[in-house]
Write a protein that binds this ligand. Structure first.
Ligand code: PA5
Length: 426
């Protein structure tokens, strides 16, 4: 299903020298004996997830789909990127699904928040507030505003039935409020961190509300879980890619550029940037994750990639069979000179752009390329892909000798901001 093609690397990666290290990290991950081991809940989750909770999510998702025109997903970082990535990837940007999904709680932008609130004034909307800690300021402010708008529209009692909270099982302000107000709650297990939570209720509930088959996503993830449970570097393509990343980092590459070939896959790259950036960027180490959408960005960043400082390598995700296709029509006059491709599908053109670019970057530009080819993007293959990347990330962060599951650097801006805002204790 997923072809990890390493034939487009320019440098020769010395896989042999990694075999022992990879085996020992694999054992450390699976025996949960390494630093960060209390955040490995995602590892078996596709098998161990709470089946009753899944049924409840499906029931409530149907309720949302049948009764509302809009769902507002209120969360930031790992509490929204996976859902946004999945929903866009599997529905497209201009879809005709009956439920609109809006994301809030991921910014302090007064303009964005004011516009969203304005547009919700005349909509029948439900809220899914997502926060593991239950105290994230961006999310809390937006949730307060959303809640007040909803209460104004439907009254407090009804509003409580229209709010779904995804949070920690026991702790945090959101959990306490949910108990007090009687919101339906879904649990983010305490041993799963935000950026590893897309296949938990954090991602799965909004994705189910979008009409996407979340059972299939979990099945795909389970397939990946079984497939990548092999310590042998020769056979485990997930670990081979992790080793390439480590090798690139140790051989003067400072950035990994995630490339997709369709705009509705852009948020998969955003999810990847968070996953790798927050997991690896610490102790003054790590690759800077960047992203581009081709061919669009070939007309902006393309020049740099081809010819600029040789600081990056590319990891490109190419989906062979697009969700939709378009045929290029014939034009009798051919003033635009396009008749040489008349009758061809856009998928054909996009593929040639991909192959032409790959050759240009690899051969002429001497840019290393990791090519991830997926036959088709479905809930099953997306679940598989998410799991693949999470395991890659754990392995390569451990190769880098950092804890993949903490994010101490994120706290510093918060402290300063709280101090400037005059929050007690800062
Ligand atoms: O990956 C992470 O842990 C973070 O990006 C969090 O998801 C993000 O900060 C949001 O935190 P919370 O869910 O506690 O509101």
């Amino acid at each position: 299903m997923l072809n990890v093609n390493l034939n487009h690397l320019v440098d020769k990666v010395d896989f042999k020298s990694y075999e022992c290290k990879v085996k020992s990290i694999h054992q450390g991950i699976h025996k949960k004996s390494m630093v960060g081991n209390d955040f490995l809940g995602w590892l078996d989750y596709p098998k161990t997830y709470d089946k009753e909770e899944l049924s409840l999510m499906l029931k409530k998702a149907k309720y949302v789909r049948d009764n509302f025109e809009t769902l507002v997903v209120c969360g930031i970082g790992g509490s929204y990127l996976g859902a946004l990535a999945s929903i866009n990837a599997l529905r497209g940007i201009y879809h005709n699904d009956k439920l609109e999904i809006i994301f809030l709680g991921n910014t302090f932008s007064p303009t964005y928040i004011a516009q969203v609130l304005k547009c919700l004034e005349h909509k029948k909307f439900a809220i899914n507030v997502i926060s593991k800690s239950g105290t994230t300021t961006e999310t809390s402010i937006s949730f307060r505003l959303l809640k007040q708008l909803l209460i104004k529209k439907v009254g407090k009692k009804n509003a409580s039935k229209m709010i779904f909270a995804t949070t920690d099982k026991k702790n945090g302000a959101l959990k306490q409020e949910s108990i007090k107000e009687g919101y339906t709650t879904f649990t983010l297990p305490s041993d799963i961190g935000g950026r590893y939570s897309v296949l938990s209720p954090v991602g799965l509930f909004p994705i189910a509300c979008a009409g996407i088959d979340i059972k299939k996503m979990l099945e795909g993830a389970k397939k990946a879980m079984e497939e990548f449970n092999n310590p042998d570097l020769k056979k485990n393509k997930c670990y081979r890619y992790a080793v390439v990343r480590d090798y690139m980092y140790r051989h003067k590459k400072s950035s990994e550029m995630f490339v997709t070939y369709e705009p509705h896959l852009k948020e998969i790259a955003e999810w990847l940037k968070q996953l790798f950036g927050e997991s690896e960027g610490k102790e003054h180490k790590g690759l800077l994750p960047t992203s581009a959408t081709f061919s669009t960005d070939l007309h902006s960043l393309g020049q740099f990639i081809q010819d600029g400082s040789p600081v990056l390598f590319e990891t490109l995700l190419f989906i062979k069979k697009p969700m939709l296709d378009v045929v290029i029509p014939t034009d009798k006059e051919d003033l635009d000179g396009l008749n040489y491709i008349k009758g061809k599908k856009l998928s054909y053109v996009n593929e040639k752009a991909y192959l032409g670019t790959l050759e240009a970057h690899q051969k002429d530009g001497k840019v290393n390329n990791v090519v991830l080819e997926l036959d088709e993007l479905t809930p099953y293959s997306l679940g598989y892909l998410f799991y693949f990347f999470m395991k890659v990330c754990a392995m390569s962060a451990y190769l880098l000798k950092v804890n993949p599951f903490n994010q101490p650097g994120v706290e510093i801006y918060k402290k300063n901001m709280f101090h400037l805002l005059g929050k007690k204790g800062y």
